[in-house]
Design a protein around this ligand. Structure first.
Ligand code: EPZ
Length: 474
């Protein structure tokens, strides 16, 4: 529940990247050893990945943001149907299971809220590495009795998941794999760093051509997951929409490269220094003429819905083209309920800025679209409730605590309306259990003005020292 129009001021750190932790957890099953993964975010999607690892026979322990995976006793080779349905990115376990056991069985992942999500590129890549596919009714079984053999693979689209599956499967294949038209997302580089720490020989991750020289056995390693660039982007947009001032620290500014010019065009002042990005929002945002989502380093599709929310109150008409997924505008219909003026034509979304939004009752359609509705509520006049917060818990750790620390009037309430005190430790789901849809309650903890002033002053001093680093250096 949100009471809008509070300026968001202060300094935050974001959790480790969901889209890096998931493939790294999958890859830990390929390794016959113990992997210690730090800065692993406490998210329901990570809980699901841990459940898959335990199903496969791995021993998993979690201590705060550290997950330790001992995969020496891994014995299974199937991804459970219910987990495949719950999290379609479970397909990223395919390469690890196939590489480790020489076989893999999974149900064909259904589509989800943002599109059909086919896995044809994953399937053809595994076949090129020597796996034989037998298709049953909605079930795929791969066998590679002689193990996998390196190959030259070209992706027709730089699919993130397919790139990850290929890198993982090729890491212990016989011989060399050369992958062209690979995805270049930072999460690919992080995955390669993890596997190279385990003894793999992967070169060129983060570029379009990746070379993997298979090594028969990998050992465990210790790895720290990169910060979540999508969460960082989302909170910067929250400050932009509320005339706020925010610094996001401990991030890699280069990972947000394509967002910064968009924020600058909308009238925000951006300063970048080292591992900080600070944003100071204008009293009234300006429209952003055209934004096209593209594979990295282009504008990320995962920030499209949060950007749509921001543009509903930007002066003028903005256009967004969604080039990655075929139906990722479910949030548009919900934003209309706030009084936004949006029309969607196929992959194009046209947003005419309105003077203000009005709080309303709304339901999260998916992960990023759900946060777009929270952003609208933060900017809107009056009260907003967003139901379906379990979607948001998949990809954002303790969002209400971060927003409260910035001065937002937001609380998480149980479906039955009761509220109870929670603290940051209990913010995320306990070991191995995804938050139920009866989200725990958080009483409103009004921000102590002196704290907010102190943080703002800190920003002031910090922003000044970094003032000489203009945004375009990001
Ligand atoms: C990853 O999904 C991310 N998920 C997504 O983030 C992100 O939106 C996406 O990459 C693009 O950046 C994780 O990393 C867990 P793709 P993925 O394969 O791997 C089509 C979030 O909100 N395609 O790059 O599934 C596909 O349908 C999530 O955190 C095929 O046609 O994305 C889509 O249109 C959402 N055949 C496009 O490619 C295939 O075999 C991009 O998909 C595979 C993909």
């Amino acid at each position: 529940m949100i009471r809008g129009q509070k300026r968001l001021n202060g300094e935050i750190e974001v959790h480790g990247s969901k889209n890096s932790a998931l493939p790294i957890l999958a890859a830990s099953a390929l390794v016959n050893g113990v992997s210690e993964i730090h800065n692993c975010p406490r998210l329901s999607d990570v809980d699901a990945a841990i459940r898959i690892l335990e199903h496969l026979g791995c021993k998993v322990a979690r201590d705060g943001h550290t997950v330790t995976v001992d995969s020496t006793s891994m014995h299974a080779f199937d991804i459970p149907d219910d987990l495949m349905r719950e999290m379609r990115s479970s397909v990223v376990f395919l390469g690890a299971i196939l590489g480790r056991t020489g076989q893999a069985r999974l149900s064909t992942p259904g589509g989800c809220e943002i599109g059909l999500r086919p896995i044809d590129l994953h399937i053809s890549a595994m076949e090129q590495l020597g796996a034989v596919l037998t298709e049953g009714a909605s079930r795929l079984t791969f066998t590679a009795p002689q193990g996998l053999t390196g190959a030259r693979i070209t992706l027709t689209f730089p699919s993130v998941g397919a790139t990850e599956n290929i890198i993982i499967a090729a890491a212990t294949a016989k011989g060399r794999t050369v992958l062209t038209n690979a995805a270049r997302e930072p999460e690919i580089s992080d995955l390669a760093d993890f596997l190279n720490g385990c003894g793999a020989h992967i070169h060129g991750a983060g570029d379009s051509t990746v070379t993997i020289d298979g090594t028969p056995h990998l050992t465990g390693t210790t790895h720290t997951v990169i910060p979540d660039r999508i969460a960082a982007s989302t909170y910067l947009l929250a400050a932009a929409m509320t005339q706020g001032r925010i610094c996001v620290r401990e991030i890699v500014p280069a990972h947000l490269g394509a967002l910064l010019p968009v924020l600058t065009e909308s009238g925000c002042d951006i300063t970048v220094s080292g591992r900080w990005i600070c944003l100071s929002a204008p009293p009234r945002l300006r429209r952003v003429k055209m934004t096209r989502t593209m594979p990295y380093p282009g504008f990320p599709t995962d920030v499209q819905a949060p950007l749509s929310a921001m543009l509903t109150i930007a002066d003028g008409t903005s256009v967004i083209v969604e080039n990655i997924f075929e139906s990722r505008y479910k949030h548009a219909a919900e934003l209309l309920r706030f009084g936004a003026k949006i029309s969607v034509e196929g992959r194009m979304e046209v947003i005419e800025g309105v003077p203000y939004l009005t709080g309303t009752q709304t339901v999260a359609p998916d992960l990023r679209g759900g946060f777009a509705l929270i952003l609208a509520g933060l900017a809107a006049r009056g009260e907003t409730t967003v139901r379906g917060v379990e979607h948001i818990d998949r990809g954002y750790e303790a969002p209400e605590l971060i927003l409260q620390s910035l001065g937002a009037d937001v609380k998480r309430i149980m479906e039955n309306g009761t509220a109870e005190q929670r603290n940051s430790e209990s913010a995320a789901a306990p070991q191995g259990s995804a938050p139920t849809d009866e989200s725990h309650a958080v009483a409103v903890t009004p921000v102590d003005e002196s704290h907010a002033d102190a943080v703002a002053a800190a920003d002031e001093s910090h922003a000044d020292t970094s003032a000489d680093t203009p945004a375009h250096d990001a």
